[in-house]
Design a protein around this ligand. Structure first.
Ligand code: PLP
Length: 394
């Protein structure tokens, strides 16, 4: 019954989700407090109290039929304007509401962009390690993923290899900074070099190449690290933003796209994206959540809580002999596995520590630890990590 296109998706169902389900089973067997589940990027820091207040205020103050009704496919004009103004204040950009399109989180934002721009056979470049769903999103529109291998020293993009991979079929490049799974942030210098390469290739092939900046982790940066805004670097940039992590609202499915005026064929692209939002079945982003964003546009979760987790976990893992780079942002730590990553995850599971193999991010030999968990869980898990390190003679 199921389609040819669905079959491989079912067969390769996300290892992350599989581990999450495994975690629930183990918790039932051994007790929740004895299972150290670091598998899923589900924020443990609560949404700011302003969010709950906004929900209550909206349902009492705003007109019910409006709050729960349809609006333009691109979203409420006042919400889009509030977001544009907020971005302009923070990043010195010049966006208008017409540059903002409300989406059902980053996942649907990525699908809207790709549906808008891809023809069958178009290539989309990603940098390993990368968020695996990108492959599915690109294949949804019969695009072809082209993967730049990882630079495992720094986990910064290998720009020499990147330049080599751009062909006349390249339609888009996806970057994700702060990065899932490595936590690295791309510097202004890196973005400048990457943009220069793309401008050169646009000229060489006489076509537009879109830079898609997937930024659900923009607000999660530590030690005062700057996360440069991408649109000023390159004219054909589209930003995919989400409140899943910045306001801890992953289940509410709310985010937006930025399509700047500088994008080639701006009017046509913006109009097509609004239609893509509709025909993909989203119709529009959740109405109540758009109204919430209107009132909470400059709110943020408590990033310090993630930072404390990062410091504790990174410090202890290094002490036990593990190898990893210190994440600058997001809430993941990408650690070298002492043996094959899948085998290592299996071994860790025996110690009731749940991690995701790097193979799930096209980077075997590493594991991802999602530290968006309670500080207490990290503390309780430390003896298990120490025992695992000892077992491998680290
Ligand atoms: N992009 C990256 C890099 C992610 O890590 C995630 C979620 O974890 C998403 C996109 C999807 O986010 P959303 O919940 O906003 O759809």
């Amino acid at each position: 019954m199921i389609s040819e296109k669905m079959r491989p998706l079912v067969e390769n169902n996300s290892a992350i989700r599989a581990m999450f389900e495994e975690g629930k089973k183990l918790a039932a067997l051994y007790g929740r407090e004895n299972v150290y589940d670091f598998s899923l990027g589900n924020p443990n820091v609560p949404a700011p109290s302003a969010v709950n207040k906004a929900i209550l205020d909206i349902v009492t103050e705003e007109e019910t039929t409006m709050v729960h009704g349809y609006m333009s496919n691109a979203g409420y004009e006042d919400v889009r304007d509030a977001i544009a103004q907020s971005l302009n204040r923070r990043f010195g950009t010049h966006f208008r509401l017409e540059n903002i399109l409300m989406t059902v989180g980053a996942a649907s934002g990525m699908n809207v962009i790709l549906k808008t721009i891809l023809n069958p056979g178009d290539e989309v470049i990603v940098f390993a390690p990368y968020f695996m769903e990108y492959g599915s999103y690109v294949r949804n529109y019969d695009g072809v993923l082209s993967v730049v291998p990882p630079d495992t020293e720094t986990f910064q993009p290998d720009l020499t290899e990147f330049e080599r991979r751009i062909t006349e079929k390249t339609k888009a490049v996806i970057i994700n900074t702060p990065n899932n799974p490595t936590g690295v942030i791309y510097s202004s210098e890196t973005l400048e070099k990457l943009s220069e390469i793309m401008r050169g290739k646009e000229k060489e092939y006489g076509k537009s190449i879109v830079l898609i900046s997937d930024e659900p982790y923009r607000e999660l940066a530590y030690d005062g690290a700057e996360v440069p805004y991408v649109t000023p670097f390159y004219h054909n940039t589209m930003v995919c933003y989400s409140y899943s992590k910045s306001l801890s609202l992953p289940g509410e499915r709310i985010g937006y796209l930025v399509i700047p005026d500088e994008v080639d064929d701006f009017q046509a692209v913006a109009a097509a994206a609004a239609i893509a939002n509709r025909v993909l079945g989203c119709v529009n982003a959740p109405s109540l959540m758009q109204r919430v964003i209107m009132r909470c546009v400059d709110e943020q979760v408590n990033v310090d809580a993630y930072n404390q987790n990062r410091e504790l976990l990174y410090g202890r893992l290094k002490e036990y002999g593990f190898t990893c780079i210190k994440p600058q942002g997001a809430f993941y730590l990408f650690m070298k596995a002492p043996v094959d990553d899948k085998e290592f995850c299996q071994f860790c599971k025996e110690h009731l520590v749940l991690l995701v193999p790097g193979s799930s991010f096209a980077c075997p030999g590493y594991v991802r630890i999602a530290y968006c968990v309670s500080y207490d869980q990290i503390l309780r898990s430390l003896p298990a990590f120490e025992a695992i390190a000892k077992a491998y003679g680290l």
